[in-house]
Design a protein around this ligand. Structure first.
Ligand SMILES: Cc1cc2nc3c(=O)[nH]c(=O)nc-3n(C[C@H](O)[C@H](O)[C@H](O)COP(=O)(O)OP(=O)(O)OC[C@H]3O[C@@H](n4cnc5c(N)ncnc54)[C@H](O)[C@@H]3O)c2cc1C
Length: 401
């Protein structure tokens, strides 16, 4: 039997961040993933500059596809509002990356730090053991191993099933998003490389276009908890595809390849944060991080920064012997703000045209959005401002403050 201080299950940004932090603090860490890297990941690949500051040792010249400094907002692909929110090298810029490369680079950094990495393995079950946490892991080709560890971090993403094996049964409200990468023509590339395109005409969600070096990521997401119960899955898909096709048309020019674009789209779910919940077991030996803990921002649908933050916090709490308080700490550091984001989302996605006119058209709005995406705690402030301005029309902000 192999012994570790910490086993981390799932090597996305949450798992890699947790492993690196724990290893740097002297723990013997095993990181495992059911896939072999590089592996594809359904994602727009937009990350705040902040992540570059968290991992300065990554080869960012290799990883960064584009630096985004402008947002182009439209509603039903009309009334474009283009606002600049940062300049080159500014800490508010948004970087675009290819997830296959970014996630692999983090795993490599973990290995360089001293983390043992096992690809192609999953946790099969928790064994009955009196002393340490004992688990059986199995590879895709049937190789079995028994591992013992003091701690386990589960970070196997939105579709991960590992937490159920350890008694975490709660589900999160889910949103659904679809995206695809397309080759972009030279002319369009020049005019759009530093701009994030957002359209709010999608029922209960939005469409985006994220320019990368050679391609553009086009996608859309619908925020599930806010749609009516009668909404059919098929209907959601066709709603999302409708806007994607409009962006596709917009970005098509000589040199682009958008034929049969639907065949190149992929979709997945986003587990949205909607309030405090226990994301650790009673004795603090098993902790959930990232999408596994439902830490996706319910307003923008971004989850990479929160995944990394939760991984770092989990390992820090373990190292400090405070892992029993992990759920409360995550609520303090991430959750409280996301509760406000949830409240704003419930009204924003109900009346996007109204908020487009009154908020998004303001040049300052893009900077505030970039600050929020960088993890600055502004959701509460914006909520209170909204209540002050429109309080007689909306009463969704009552309650905790
Ligand atoms: C269409 C779409 C677009 C998005 N765009 C953005 C964006 O632009 N910016 C942003 O910040 N966020 C975005 N997100 C959200 C973001 O992708 C996630 O929040 C983020 O990847 C979560 O990181 P994670 O480490 O928790 O999980 P993941 O990145 O999902 O990693 C989980 C890992 O666990 C592994 N795994 C799964 N099951 C098992 C198992 N049983 N055993 C072992 N390993 C397992 C997987 O192979 C994977 O490597 C988007 C999501 C979607 C669906």
């Amino acid at each position: 039997m192999e012994n570790f201080d910490l086993v981390v299950c799932g090597a996305g940004p949450a798992g890699s961040a947790a492993s690196i932090k724990a290893c740097r603090n002297g723990m013997k860490v095993l990181l495992l993933d059911k896939k072999f890297f590089p592996r594809p990941k359904t994602c727009g690949g937009g990350i705040p500059y902040k992540i570059k500051e968290i991992f300065p040792e990554l080869n960012w010249d290799e990883l960064i596809e584009n630096h985004i400094h402008n947002m182009n907002h439209t509603i039903h692909f009309k009334k474009p509002q283009r606002h600049s929110f940062s300049s080159q090298g500014n800490s508010l810029s948004i970087l675009t990356v290819l997830r296959e490369k970014f996630d692999s680079a983090l795993v490599q950094l973990a290995q360089k730090t001293g983390v043992s990495f096992l690809a192609g393995f999953q946790i099969q079950r928790k064994n009955d053991s009196q002393k340490k946490l004992e688990i059986s892991i199995e590879s895709s080709n049937g190789e079995k191993r028994i591992i013992s560890s003091d701690f386990l971090i589960i970070s196997d993403g939105a579709l991960g099933r590992t937490k159920k094996k350890f008694g975490f049964l709660e589900e999160y409200p889910l949103s659904v998003a679809i995206e695809g990468n397309f080759k972009i023509g030279t002319e369009r590339r020049k005019s759009s490389e530093d701009t994030l395109f957002l359209d709010y005409g999608l029922d209960n969600g939005y469409w985006w276009a994220f320019p990368k070096k050679e391609q553009i990521n086009i996608g859309g997401g619908v925020f599930f908890p806010f749609v009516s119960k009668n909404f059919e899955k098929k209907q959601i898909k066709s709603l999302i595809l409708n806007g994607i096709s409009k962006f596709v048309k917009y970005f098509s020019d000589e040199g682009s390849n958008y034929e049969n674009f639907e065949e190149r789209l992929v979709g997945s779910i986003l587990p949205l944060y909607n309030g405090f919940r226990k994301i650790g077991n009673q004795d603090g030996s098993i902790l959930l991080c990232g999408d596994s803990a439902g830490l996706v921002n319910p307003f923008f649908g971004d989850g990479i920064l929160n995944s990394i933050k939760s991984g770092l916090v989990a390992s820090e709490m373990i190292v400090q012997g405070k892992s029993k308080d992990y759920s409360e700490k995550i609520y303090e550091e991430i959750g409280k703000e996301l509760e406000w984001a949830f409240k704003i989302a419930t009204i924003f996605y109900k009346w996007p045209s109204f908020f487009f006119k009154t908020m998004i058209c303001q040049p300052r709005a893009s900077k505030v959005a970039a600050q929020m995406l960088s993890g600055e705690p502004l959701f509460k402030q914006v909520s209170l401002k909204l209540e002050k301005k429109f309080g007689k029309y909306i009463n969704l902000f009552r309650g905790k403050q």
